[in-house]
Design a binder for this molecule. Structure first.
Ligand SMILES: Cc1ncc(C[n+]2csc(CCOP(=O)(O)OP(=O)(O)O)c2C)c(N)n1
Length: 347
């Protein structure tokens, strides 16, 4: 039992229990991503993309969402680096390893989509599109439903700095600020300074990406995404604004990209960017909230949990050619009898 009441960052603070909860989720996300990188290199999986370097911010987001199905709850247009957000919401590690191993039990796509391309109807997680930027054009749709429905559910859309330089980003700003039709959209940009290999500074002339909201009257904040305390409070303020005012807000989180873009670029560990987890552990050790032994114990437990999740996923069946068209259209084509000469099905 700790006797430390709270931990400070600048003039903001979080209670010690919350700091420990955030830390444990950050460790679980990091360990899982590292294990899934191994999967992509060993043949247990086929591809990796994820969020090492974004855990501090992403955990704080997942813990503050209004989780559920339908317009009373938050709609989420997440990023392919949002693993820590989903773990913080309560997704088991197994549901990620199933997708990494391309198993039919993968709840996001039945083993049909890339790792990190989540889709969970029970939590309003709208399918992540590989087309970066597209989510910013989709977000006003769910926010419009929420505005008409009433209540305090908001739409949260998360994209990178490169995706935010596409026209879809402007579409989101235009649609969410029509006079009298303003929409409760929280536009989050996780700025890691890179597209795949395109420097952010070659795409953005404004000082901060949130400055793009200014001509639309969209308020914004820039936060150090490596600092869980700052992230927690910035998210709390931003979500509260959208929930209460039913208007958009923009949040730019400055994060690291600790394993490069994806397995396609090698996924090797990057050493010259700040590591939010190492920084957080140093802070919590200094504050007396955690001990070296308690940290080691957590990492060990997370590694065991990830190993079990991989082992379980690998025992489960892969998709078969028979179900390749399932859930492609609504109603699902498996339930529809097509005439023999019908040519409209995907090949
Ligand atoms: C419209 C479109 N163009 C290009 C790509 C190829 N692509 C995949 S991820 C990516 C980088 C996106 O960078 P950013 O939006 O900053 O997100 P990050 O990966 O850095 O989190 C690109 C260019 C794509 N998926 N979609």
């Amino acid at each position: 039992m700790t006797t430390i009441a709270e931990v400070n960052s600048g003039n903001e603070a979080l209670c010690a229990d919350q700091c420990m909860r955030i830390h444990q989720l950050m460790v679980r996300a990091r360990v899982l991503d590292e294990r899934m990188i191994q999967m992509s290199k060993s043949g247990e999986g086929y591809f990796w993309i994820g969020g090492p370097g974004e855990e501090a911010f992403n955990v704080c987001l997942g813990l503050q969402l209004k989780k559920g199905c339908g317009p009373d709850y938050d709609f989420l247009h997440l990023h392919y680096r949002s693993l820590a957000t989903l773990l913080a919401m309560g997704m088991p590690m197994l549901d990620a390893t199933r997708q990494a191993a391309v198993r039919i039990t993968d709840p996001h796509s039945m083993g049909r989509n890339f790792l990190g391309h989540s889709a969970l109807r029970k939590w309003n997680v709208v399918p992540v599109s590989s087309v970066v930027g597209a989510k910013f054009a989709m977000a006003p749709g769910t926010a419009l439903v929420q505005k008409r429905h009433g209540g305090d559910g908001v739409t949260v859309v998360v994209g990178g700095d490169a995706g935010s330089s596409q026209g879809d980003f402007a579409t989101c700003m235009i649609w969410s600020t029509r006079p009298g039709q303003e929409l409760p959209v929280l536009m989050i940009v996780t700025n890691n300074q890179w597209g795949i290999s395109t420097p952010m500074r070659s795409q953005h002339s404004e000082q901060h990406i949130v400055d793009r909201g200014e001509p639309f009257g969209i308020p914004g904040e820039v936060v150090d995404g490596n600092d869980p305390i700052a992230s927690w409070h910035a998210l709390r303020r931003a979500l509260q604004w959208c929930r209460r005012k039913r208007r958009p807000f923009m949040l730019e989180s400055q994060v690291s990209r600790l394993h490069g873009h994806s397995s396609s670029s090698g996924a090797m560990r990057v050493e010259n960017e700040p590591d939010c987890l190492a920084l957080w552990e140093t802070k919590l050790l200094a504050a007396g909230v955690l001990t070296r032994a308690s940290i080691d114990e957590l990492w060990e437990a997370a590694r065991g949990e990830a190993a079990a999740a991989v082992q379980q996923a690998l025992q489960e069946p892969e998709p078969t050619p028979d179900d390749v068209r399932r859930h492609t259209y609504a109603p699902s084509p498996v339930d529809v009898v097509y005439p023999d000469d019908y040519t409209g099905l995907p090949h």
